[in-house]
Design a binder for this molecule. Sequence first.
Ligand SMILES: Nc1ncnc2c1ncn2[C@@H]1O[C@H](COP(=O)(O)OP(=O)(O)OP(=O)(O)O)[C@@H](O)[C@H]1O
Length: 248
Amino acid sequence: MLEVAGISKNFGGVQAARDVGFTVPQGVIASLIGPNGAGKTTLFAMITGFHRPDRGTVRFCGEDITGLSPEAIARRGMVRTFQLVQPFAGQTVRDNIAVGAHLHIASRADALAYAGAVARKVGLGDRLDIDAAALTVAGRKRLEVARALATRPKLILLDEVMAGLNPSEIEAVIPIIRAIRDEGVTVLLIEHVMQAVMSLSEHTWVLNQGEIIAEGTASKVVADPRVIEAYLGKGMAERMRAREAANA
Ligand SMILES: Nc1ncnc2c1ncn2[C@@H]1O[C@H](COP(=O)(O)OP(=O)(O)OP(=O)(O)O)[C@@H](O)[C@H]1O
């Protein structure tokens, strides 16, 4: 469904992506993990048209979409969420979600009705008429997912939708994401909350310093010495093995 091939991006000497390639098949929940600054958000931005890659191609549903605008890509069925949620203040939750619905629904009344249906999918059905700015962090994260879902995507890219949530709020979001996939929307997550990655993700890529350093099931990649070192520093995998051997 999504085929990223050899994409690179340099920001004034910082290599945010270096020859990155991966393929997301239809119908899965997949994830992209990696330490802070690894280049995950830049990758999302290149896939969805917010940044143009210096090199490489992005194909979606068989079509080369490299360099298209975010709106053109959303019309083809791929949208992303943003880490920093900025609802339109002074507008209700329903109005905010309707902005996404207007991508494919011209009528105001129909877009508002569609927004209501999407809100219920993410557990915001009882908060439709409050000012979006009054939502808690957990509520805003759900609103961000709802705005993206309202565009009727085939593939949704979720950028850290669990960040800042407490463990019980995280537990509550996990089935929502699974239900999105079960309704036929393919999901690609950027996530630091490993509890969520482990529970949801069928395939995980690990990015470090702009490069993919490991891929596979979440439990496989977290045991990979290169991944441990990327997160914890050089030599750490070796020290952990030695400590485990000593304790055995
Ligand atoms: N617009 C930009 N201009 C200059 N440098 C940028 C820009 N966007 C990202 N970078 C740099 O590119 C690198 C990758 O950043 P990016 O935000 O993609 O990482 P990330 O993996 O999403 O990090 P985090 O987990 O902290 O969100 C960083 O060194 C960052 O400072």
